[in-house]
Design a protein around this ligand. Sequence first.
Ligand code: ATP
Length: 608
Amino acid sequence: MNPHSLQTRNFKIFSSSFPSSPKRKKSVPPQSPPTTEATPSLPAQSVNAPVFVPKSSTPILSAATPSVQSVESPASGSNLTSPSRSNVHTGWTNPAEYDEGEDPFDPFSNYQYGNGYENGVDSVTQRLQTLGANGYDDPHGQHPFLPSEYPSPSIDYYQSASTFIPQPLNYHLYSNPIPEAFTHNYFISDAIREELQKRSETIHTAPVPGLGLPEELQGYHTLVPLEATAGDRRKLGNWYSSVYRAVNSTDGVTYALRRVEGYRLMNPAAFGPVEAWSRLKHPNVVQVREAFTSQAFNDNSLVVVYDYHPNAETLFNLHLKPKPPTLQNGRLQQSRDGSLVPERTLWSYIVQLASAIQAIHDAGLVVRVMDSTKILVTSKNRVRISSCCLIDILTYDARQSQDISLMQQEDLAYFGKLVFELCCGQVNAMANLAKALQTIDKNYSQDVKNVAMYLVKPSPHKSIRQLLDTMGSRVLLEMRETQNAVDRLEAELMSELENGRLVRLLTKMGFINERPEFGRSHRWSETGDRYIIKLFRDHVFHQVDENLDPVVNLTHVLTCLNKLDVGSDERMMLMARDEQSCLVVSYKDVKTCIESAYSELAKKPSVR
Ligand SMILES: Nc1ncnc2c1ncn2[C@@H]1O[C@H](COP(=O)(O)OP(=O)(O)OP(=O)(O)O)[C@@H](O)[C@H]1O
């Protein structure tokens, strides 16, 4: 070290007479190759060095990540249909079931949805009375557009893809171990980070090879099915439909594409509602983006594009899918205990869905898919109505003769049916209305019962606005919760914001430190002011304790970096590696050194 070059910058220099005893607490940075001599730069041949492939990453991973067992496989993010669903809707008969003998391209040949409405209010009242008694037109309460039974796929397509085995990810690796006291102050909470990581992982999961999906579909690529494509499949009305996620080539964003097979566009005006739906923006409606027809699947398909919400679950999967029977008193029994939706959560769903329906009705539109399998749940109780617009396109011709207000009434009836189902924890709860009411009486407040009854009771004058008016206090509560959630997220964001600053700082230091190729320049040598940056790096990261063990203290690192970032006047003592001298400098001095070194470096044409 050349003290003179440092003196010119007004730093205090102490010729040290400290004994270099290992007992001393102050930093004794580990040895590193001397850099006073100009070290030759990276040899050219090392550029072509073979890529390092660890022999076996498994033992290392498992050693470092003992909790990895509990982490769900990323493949689960694709929302596969569970085979157990096949039991759920058996017995549902779909009035609009597609018949083998009929023209497959005549979607309305068997379509029943509008029946009973042509004669006006009387027929509606009659229909709603039927609905009040047993759910829907058919004895099992089947939604006219929803499939009659759930598939029991013979093979789980992810299991069958032996080539696709994602590595388990330790979501906490980067900050492991975090000192207890700092976990919550300096880092986004583990729960949120894990959730966001999982979403990101799902978005980036590679598609399973060999599914025969188109490489490109009207500007979308990398199609990945979100449900099983093999085995029995349920129908949506008269059609088979499937959902994929795919990346848009123009904006690089991932979207959900719902494809309806065997659809032939008879009238281009059928796409009219798409514009109205894409204008509707509501936090509880899955945003409709566009719709088109395509022959890329080797048939005539209708494709409607929606926003994609990674790892979304359906309300059905979360609350209504029957759990496997458990052994009770020596007998296998279907247990419903514990699966009931808590009242607070139920109100949150009701308020969110009511708000969505109100926005839809106010825009002159109709939901038409108010069903537990078409309502997505993300994060904590956030619900969104999905598949909007689809039925409007599919039933365009039939819709011309239907009264929109009657269809909006029907939305409310389906909403009521959904509330009953959630309260009772089973689909078709309204098939036995008396029993369903008993269950509500037992488990929920009178207010819940009133709302459910209001929705299913036939009345041509009821409206979603009226319902929201009667639930004022619940809406306020939901609003309060939402604002609390926003505050919590903002606080989390603040902590990451600070970390972003520190990452930028660390990046700059990483660019500057250890540049032997510039060793001959006096500004970059051991004698230049870059030396201070190097000593500061040692001070922050390379301290050792009295036993010469590395001090791994995140608190110390964060404190130093924060002081550096603000350019604090506080002074610190930096020790040379040979312990023969030390410098007293302020954080501000170090910051100035870093800024000037970085700007000089950034000017070099080879550094970008
Ligand atoms: N916009 C979306 N974003 C993310 N995931 C979605 C989106 N739309 C649908 N999904 C997922 O795709 C999967 C299949 O959707 P679909 O509507 O077919 O549900 P389903 O429960 O399989 O009903 P069905 O059996 O009637 O097809 C569901 O698990 C759902 O979570």
